[in-house]
Design a protein around this ligand. Sequence first.
Ligand code: FES
Length: 187
Amino acid sequence: MAWIVQNRLQPYRARTAEGQGPWITEAIRKEIVATYFPRYPRKQAALLPLFHLIMHTHGYIAPGAIEEAAALLEITPADVQDAVSFFEEFRFEPSGKYVVNVCRSIACELCGSEAVIARIKEVFGIENFETTDDGMLTLFEVECIGLCEMAPAALINGAVHGPLTPDGFVATLKALPPEMSHNGHGH
Ligand code: FES
């Protein structure tokens, strides 16, 4: 389960220097060129892995990333846009300071995740995939995050929380500091 935590921290950290390209960093470019281009007859076949890497690095897909990807894959920006907009997992707006992943899979559901999610939505006025107006929280309902023994469980910027109660978790979210440290949060 450690890799999940690491993966989910990564976009958040990278995003603190938000708004500027290059969106295809040297590391991303190298991985795509070395690992994916040789596998396929056409460069555009690397589109999905490319955008997964962009998402993991930046937390979202900025318009500039579409342009850069088009140049790298040698297709038009419109073609790139069409392809990526097809996938629900890609986001096109920056996330809030705190990315809240609440598990809604079976073990967590049986232990009350639905009530936790409902309370977050009610208190913070957001739906799944949405960010609060103050930019603090983005809610993602996610599938099993490997923390079933802590059900219902959640991650806040990669830090593990659980078992959750609706009131307890809302209190935790409300107590998050406006300025975050760089080593994750929670207990
Ligand atoms: S079902 Fe929620 S962490 Fe596994």
